[in-house]
Design a protein around this ligand. Structure first.
Ligand SMILES: [Zn+2]
Length: 171
């Protein structure tokens, strides 16, 4: 994005999820002009096509924050202390991190398994039990976390049954 003062190139120094005027999903970005060194803030509605997710079969789709949120809700169902608001914040925080890390690194797509690993790390900080549930139910034979559709291999390991899927997170 061009600097509003000198039209020079700017770099993003921080991205935070926020809500736009209509309560929609947006990103607040701190930017730093590489030419005149001024700092400024932008508010951008996150263009869904900006970030793509690579699926296991090699195809890709636009990143869908709602899909991530639905998957989180499924994994965290019946966990006390994790309200919908907390999960929404978590999902947006993860999205902001992905946007910074992936797009910031000049890449355009990320694999679901990478998203899953990120989710696992974040979740472990707020609810280790839910994180364990995710790890157990979504880790495949190769040790990869699969935070995507497809029936989790075993849904009753460790006595942590998953509730029935409502929306397939990977359709
Ligand atoms: Zn400038």
């Amino acid at each position: 994005m061009q600097c509003p003062y000198c039209n020079g190139e700017s770099t993003v120094t921080e991205t935070r999820p926020t809500a736009d005027a209509e309560g929609g999903h947006a990103m607040r970005r701190r930017r730093h002009c590489t030419v005149c060194k001024r700092r400024f803030t932008t508010y951008e509605r996150l263009g869904a096509p900006a970030l793509k997710v690579t699926k296991r079969d090699g195809t890709s789709e636009p990143f869908d924050g709602d899909k991530l949120l639905r998957a989180l809700k499924r994994v965290c169902a019946h966990r006390p202390g994790l309200r919908d608001d907390d999960l929404r914040r978590l999902a947006r925080d993860i999205e902001a991190t992905l946007v910074d890390d992936v797009l910031g690194a000049g890449r355009k797509s990320v694999a679901w398994s990478d998203i899953a690993r990120l989710v696992l790390r974040r979740l472990a900080n707020v609810d280790p039990v839910a994180a364990q549930r995710l790890a157990v139910n979504y880790t495949d034979e190769s040790g990869d976390v699969r935070f995507e559709a497809g029936a989790p291999a075993a849904t009753t390991q460790l006595g942590l049954p998953l509730p029935p899927a409502e929306g397939d997170p990977e359709t």
